[in-house]
Design a binder for this molecule. Structure first.
Ligand code: GDP
Ligand code: MG
Length: 290
């Protein structure tokens, strides 16, 4: 039996979430064209009789503008150091190969690294060959593989490579953990995804979603979630005129959550103002950003 932790790492939009979905085969990590949807470490599990692979999809790499961003970068580093295998995702469409290389190099990882060149469906043969050669000559990578997360090309081969470097051991999580552990988190991510869809500009960046209550009743699942914002004005925007926006948010979120959980859902949303939650250590901890 093999069991271990794999962290997926790369610039925003490299395709980390898509790759995780392709490997695990479920919509576990929320995919959004906008960066920074995934702030937490997301865990997806892949368990068979022979192995258990535990994946984390780390947040994208960004310039630390807020304390929250610094925390995110730290979380990225910690996550990578925790893992048995690190996947460094390169977007083949990204022309700044040197920048990506510098970034990967700067991590100075001690765990086995697989460089995954993603979006092979979107570039020509030359780009694939040149990029593969380029990364093969780097010191930090044990393996280089080109995949298309979107089309599912070579993702099974990638899984074999991961298993090659995964240590022997018993599974870390039981079947129950696998379904329960991430559920609240995914529900909050779905609501966040809908906030990205409904609201423009700054609003999503100033919003956190906390699932306060998650109760499975006989006929439906009751969920109570808080939408946290910085200022009263943002609360006003989220609520909308006579509560029209929060109502809309509730409806489209519920529909998506019902699809995800395969169950009827009763969703209650509340908006709370917590000034400066981004820069407040206490709140960061409270919301699990430590
Ligand atoms: P993340 O920020 O690294 O998690 O990236 P996402 O998984 O959210 O993907 C970012 C964008 O790249 C999305 O629009 C995806 O549809 C797209 N994408 C991801 N993988 C591929 C791929 O293999 N080929 C192509 N053409 N697009 C991809
Ligand atoms: Mg992502």
């Amino acid at each position: 039996m093999k069991a271990g932790f794999v962290n997926i790492f790369g610039k925003p939009n490299a395709g980390k979430s898509t790759l995780l979905n392709a490997i695990i085969g479920e919509k576990l990590a929320i995919v959004s064209p906008k960066v920074q949807t995934t702030r937490h470490r997301i865990k997806g599990f892949l368990t068979t009789n022979d192995y258990q692979v535990i994946f984390s999809d780390t947040p994208g790499i960004i310039e630390p503008r807020y304390k929250l961003h610094e925390k995110m970068m730290l979380a990225v580093k910690n996550a990578l150091e925790d893992a048995d295998v690190a996947l460094l995702i390169h977007d083949l469409k990204d022309k700044d190969l040197r920048g990506v290389d510098e970034l990967f190099e700067s991590l100075r990882l001690k765990v086995p690294v697989i460089v995954v060149c993603n979006k092979s469906d979107a570039v020509d043969r030359d780009t694939i060959e040149n990029t593969t050669r380029f990364f093969s000559e780097r010191q930090y990578g044990k393996e280089v593989i080109c995949v298309s997360a979107k089309k599912g090309t070579n993702t099974d081969k990638l899984l074999s490579l991961i298993l090659k470097y995964l240590p022997q051991g018993e599974p870390f999580y039981s079947a129950d953990d696998m379904t329960d552990l991430p559920t609240r988190f995914f529900v909050s991510e779905i609501i966040r995804e809908k906030i990205y869809e409904l609201f423009e500009d700054e609003i999503p960046y100033h919003t956190a979603v906390i699932v306060q209550e998650f109760k499975e009743k006989s006929t439906l699942i009751k969920i109570r979630a808080e939408v946290i914002v910085n200022r009263e004005t943002q609360k006003g925007i989220i609520l909308g005129e006579k509560g029209s926006m929060i109502k809309k948010l509730g409806t489209i979120s519920r529909e998506e959550i019902e699809k995800f959980l395969q169950s009827k859902v009763f969703l209650e949303l509340f908006v709370k103002v917590k000034p400066k939650w981004r820069d407040n250590e206490f709140h960061l901890k409270e919301y699990g950003y430590n």
